[in-house]
Design a protein around this ligand. Structure first.
Ligand code: ACM
Length: 771
């Protein structure tokens, strides 16, 4: 980061100075000053509104944290003390709405004092989080051995969030976590300016909320006989260990109040009509089929769901009455996802409701179900949120949609004038792997590394400015099938939460991956000090295998962690603490067989990152077509297939339903219809001999071939993630083929190219042909 030193600083360029001001999320505007404010035992906090209890609470709680971090005896000044004294942190609550946003604040640090102004206590709260991040970290205190002096660099910051909804979800149905952990989860959300906790309280494998009117929901529904071992679905293997637990209403009140003090609103989720097996085990008369039912011990989607009869509505309304007593926030989440309709198809009661209400089918019956619940919630002054399946069969009139199966549901809802929260599997499922699955603890699947979270853009390009106003923000989901412990939850959440915090808080112009990494180290040091189990980010520089036409490679490895040491090997062996230490770029001979570089980061306390490995080999130049075919026409042929595929291999030998010539290699995620496949075929004309890198993003699977050789293998079901491959091509024409399929809820396909002398772009115009 030395290159940043000496750059010209401008008030409006948030990308600069990020190492001096290691703030996450980065503020809207930051203007560095000169010198610093020194926090010492005589520093006092002064409140301009001494009788505002909420403000005082905010200040007291912040001081408690800073006292424990610094051991300085900081406190709020008494009425008798001089209000104009230097060496003060002045909290001023009378700021005229400078940014028109009640969560915004202005923070001015100079040699004499700190001034924090906001229009409301929440703005002061966020300003104090920023101020706390400007303090040196213990871990970053350097080698003097005397510990840090508590300097805060002079600065002027003006800040307000980009989105009003900044969410984190936690599934306590699959595994349940103690109240103390829920508090800690909320603490760290708030520290990074996240403001909504989506608490997923009911599941097939356990209902976790005490409901007075229906005690069996927890007496029976909160306990399961055992839990499936890893992924032993078939044949099924259970662990034989009874499992359960729930939150009492007193616990919930405590957590709601705790969250409110940190300006976190809790949205409770009570799943309906599906994911309700635990409730049906407690009250089997609510199902369409005869029980008995058992609280589920395996993961998945279950056929038995609430039957849409009056008994069910009376039950759910009574449950929701208690939920609304406990949770004062405007929103109630009612699930709505993954509700198979077979039991409704076979149920005389459900069919009678369809006839009575004049509904077309079971999808419309689900809409009717959700619509009734919405009317009930609206009549109590609350609003309904549901997963994007609530779009099917028609959206309830005032519903807010959580778009999880990609972003298409969110786009559709926004166009219909509904509010939307973006939570797509492609970027924001924190139950997905963050690294090579062979190196990671067992997870549900997918691949959502830190960089991918950071790259998420909540507002789709397709929306008009007016429609985009309906995108309230974004949220990461933490489903806990494979997260049995709080340590593992933290491992999956941090540091990905920090990346999300910047996505939803900072202005989009401030998004800067290198800057984020530079700011990460002090933030992780603070998590360390609090004993939070974050995942140590991978070594950079080994993201994928590489080829070259040169005689050697220069391989630059990196870590965002100031105290991290990189250890590496080049002989194919495991990188251990005894391996050579990386100090400068590696010069690696380019050979035909290639060299495997493995590296990992070690922290002073012995913890280490996962190993990253990549292969570096000499490229063999693929000859171009010679002689060049005549009668070339621009564009490639695109064939479309229809069907439920699980691999691009399923497309081979099928007759396409449609065939046309297209200019590019893109399948837009908005294209109508799921369960389809594509094959693009043609010739790629490259202008010069070079190593070309193909960047293929797809949801679901894809494969890219050049000269009939597989260059990118991205087959199978996965979220919208990128995979890359290199190939060395002689100037001229090369056969190119791309296969793609998508299943239910899939996204699109995008192919980009880069070269040693070509910056990354879509395939340039004039490069694609067919005969
Ligand atoms: C979901 O992941 N089923 C919303």
């Amino acid at each position: 980061m030395a290159a940043l030193v000496g750059t010209i600083v401008s008030a409006c360029s948030p990308g600069r100075n990020q190492h001096v001001f290691p703030l996450i999320p980065y503020p809207m505007r930051l203007l560095p000053g000169s010198g610093y404010f020194l926090l010492d035992p005589a520093t006092r906090v002064i409140l301009t509104e001494t009788d505002d209890a909420e403000l005082r609470g905010v200040a007291e709680r912040w001081l408690q944290e800073v006292r424990s971090q610094t051991t300085l005896p900081l406190r709020i000044a008494s009425e008798a003390e001089d209000r104009h004294r230097p060496n003060a942190i002045l909290l001023q609550l009378d700021r005229p709405a400078c940014r028109g946003d009640e969560e915004g604040y202005r923070l001015v640090v100079d040699r004499r004092r700190v001034l924090l102004e906001a229009g409301s206590p929440v703005g002061i709260f966020y300003g104090l989080q920023t101020l706390g991040q400007l303090l040196p970290t213990r871990h970053g205190s350097g080698s003097s051995g005397r510990g840090p002096s508590w300097r805060i660099p002079s600065v002027e910051i003006e800040d307000a969030p980009r989105f009003p909804y900044r969410g984190m979800h936690l599934d306590v149905g699959r595994h349940v976590f103690p109240v103390s952990f829920i508090r800690r989860y909320i603490d760290w959300m708030a520290a990074f300016k996240m403001n909504t906790f989506h608490w997923h309280l009911t599941e097939d494998q356990g209902g976790r909320l005490e409901v007075r009117r229906y005690p069996r929901l927890t007496e029976v529904g909160a306990f399961r006989a055992e839990t499936m071992v890893e992924k032993n679905h078939d044949p099924y293997i259970g662990d034989g260990v009874p499992y359960g637990g729930y939150y009492t209403q007193a616990d919930v009140r405590d957590i709601v109040a705790y969250a409110a003090e940190r300006f976190v609103t809790i949205i409770p989720e009570i799943e309906m009509p599906g994911h309700s097996t635990a409730a049906l085990a407690a009250y089997p008369e609510l199902a369409c089929t005869d029980g008995p039912f058992e609280v589920a011990t395996r993961w998945g989607v279950f056929e038995d769901i609430y039957c849409p009869g009056e008994r069910t509505f009376l039950f759910l309304e009574a449950v929701l009455e208690e939920v609304m007593e406990l949770f004062p926030g405007e929103y109630i989440h009612i699930g709505g996802d993954e509700a198979p309709k077979r039991s409704w198809e076979e149920s005389p009661l459900a069919q009678a409701v369809i006839r009575r209400e004049g509904l077309a089918d079971e999808q419309e019956l689900q809409s009717y179900f959700i619509g009734r619940i919405e009317a009930f919630l609206n009549s109590r002054g609350r609003r309904l949120i549901g997963w994007d399946e609530i779009l099917e069969g028609g959206l309830a009139p005032n519903a807010t949609v959580m778009s999880w199966r990609g972003i298409a549901g969110g786009i559709e809802a926004a166009r219909e004038g509904h509010d939307v929260i973006m939570t797509p599997t492609s970027h924001l499922y924190f139950d997905f792997y963050q690294g090579d699955p062979s190196q990671e603890p067992l997870a549900i699947g997918g691949y959502t590394p830190l960089e991918r979270v950071y790259a998420f853009e909540p507002v789709p390009e397709e929306l008009t400015t007016e429609e985009a106003r309906h995108i309230l923000g974004a949220q990461a989901n933490v489903w806990t099938e494979y997260m049995k412990t709080t340590d593992y939850v933290e491992y999956m959440v941090y540091p990905r939460l920090l990346a999300l915090a910047e996505v939803v808080w900072s202005p989009s112009e401030a998004r800067d991956w290198a800057g984020f990494l530079a700011r990460l180290s002090p933030r992780l040091a603070r998590l360390d000090a609090a004993g939070v189990n974050y995942r140590i980010p991978d070594v950079s520089g080994l993201e994928h295998d590489r080829l070259t036409l040169d005689s050697h490679f220069t391989v630059e490895l990196g870590t965002p962690l100031a105290e991290g040491e990189i250890r590496y090997t080049t002989d194919g062996s495991e990188a251990t603490v005894a391996s050579p230490r990386y100090t400068s770029p590696l010069r690696i001979q380019a050979t035909d067989e290639g060299t495997s570089v493995a590296a990992r980061i070690f922290l002073p306390d012995g913890r280490s990152s996962a190993v990253r490995r990549a292969r570096f080999a000499r490229a063999r130049l693929h000859r171009a077509e010679s002689p060049e075919p005549v009668d070339l026409r621009p564009g490639v042929t695109g064939e479309r297939f229809q069907g439920a595929f699980g691999s691009v291999e399923d497309l081979r030998g099928l007759d396409p339903v449609e065939s046309s010539v297209t200019e590019g290699l893109e399948v837009h995620h908005e294209l109508e219809g799921n369960e389809l496949g594509f094959r693009f075929a043609g010739l790629l004309r490259v202008p010069r001999d070079d190593v070309y890198t193909f960047h293929v993003s797809s949801e679901h699977g894809s494969r890219l071939y050049v000269d009939h050789r597989l260059v990118v293998d991205h087959d199978g079901f996965h979220g919208m993630v990128e995979r890359v491959g290199d190939v060395a091509l002689e100037a001229g024409l090369h056969p190119l083929e791309v296969w793609y399929f998508r299943g239910e809820g899939g996204g699109g396909l995008r192919v980009q190219i880069s070269g040693e002398r070509l910056s990354r772009s879509d395939i340039p115009e004039g490069w694609l042909y067919h005969r």
